[in-house]
Design a protein around this ligand. Structure first.
Ligand code: OS5
Length: 231
């Protein structure tokens, strides 16, 4: 069975996952803690990267290149943009972009740099697996575009620009960079987020109130997917 990486950005995003592991070992590497366990006969590596695109790229690449993970699942929270996404709802990314990558003055679209692409698609088999899990749990999981950037968005004008440039349904600060690392290293990956706020002027208050409960919703769903992957 493939070695599975499960990552979040903040401690709160992986804490519910650690409760499933039973015994685990910890390894400090490149400024992060990596939790390793055998879960139902399969090796898991769990870590939180710290916030943002740089730290999350480092952690994803480390889980793949140093720890030998062959598939990566991200679990965490996001700001909702699409009005059909309410607090606690799950969104699985079909594709991701970096909304703050800007060399438009040279005639390129937002999110594009030469040698890259505006969007990176996630693994279709993992999305199919998520749909199966949702059916079995009787839960709704929405598919959509996630935009990633190095800012906590709490402003309608910024949201509107991200919708206009990327038709994004949700935004966060790590998925698009994890996508770059996994795509470059040919590792199937999956990004799941539960909504903690709607990236408006109240976003920081909503985030403080709902981040923990939404992180649990996402983590529990990801662990159901892991249960299917390890069988
Ligand atoms: O990881 C960051 C991105 N996450 C998704 C997200 C999001 N991203 C962008 N815009 C939004 N509206 C979003 N909503 C959800 C969540 C996370 C956001 S940054 C949160 C920072 C919270 C915090 N800062 N300090 N502490 C917590 C306490 C602390 C202090 C010192 C050391 C460690 C923790």
């Amino acid at each position: 069975m493939r070695k599975i990486a499960i990552m979040g950005a903040m401690p709160e995003e992986i804490a519910p996952i650690l409760t499933y592991l039973g015994e685990y070992t910890t390894t400090e590497y490149a400024g992060n803690t990596y939790y390793e366990a055998i879960y139902k006969g399969t090796s898991l590596v769990v870590a939180y990267s710290k916030i943002g695109k740089v730290f999350s790229t480092l952690t994803a690449a480390t889980m793949i290149e140093h720890f030998g993970c062959e598939v990566l699942l991200f679990s965490g929270v996001a700001g909702g943009i699409n009005p059909r996404l309410k607090i606690g709802d799950l969104i699985v990314a079909t594709k991701l972009a970096q909304h703050d990558l800007d060399i438009t003055v040279f005639g390129h679209p937002m999110g594009f740099v030469p040698g890259g692409s505006v969007f990176i698609e996630t693994d279709s088999e993992l999305i199919t697996l998520a749909k199966e899990v949702a059916m079995e749990l009787g839960k709704s999981v929405q598919e959509g575009i996630i935009a990633t950037g190095d800012q906590f968005v709490h402003n309608e004008a910024v949201k509107a620009a991200i919708v206009s440039n990327f038709k994004a349904d949700a935004l966060e600060m790590e998925g698009g960079s994890v996508a770059v690392a996994c795509n470059a290293l040919n590792i199937p990956f999956f990004i799941l987020r539960a909504i903690s706020d709607t990236a408006d002027t109240d976003a920081s208050f909503s985030f403080d109130e709902f981040m923990e409960s939404s992180a649990v919703i996402s983590a529990e769903f990801v662990m159901k997917m892991v249960d299917k992957l390890v069988h």
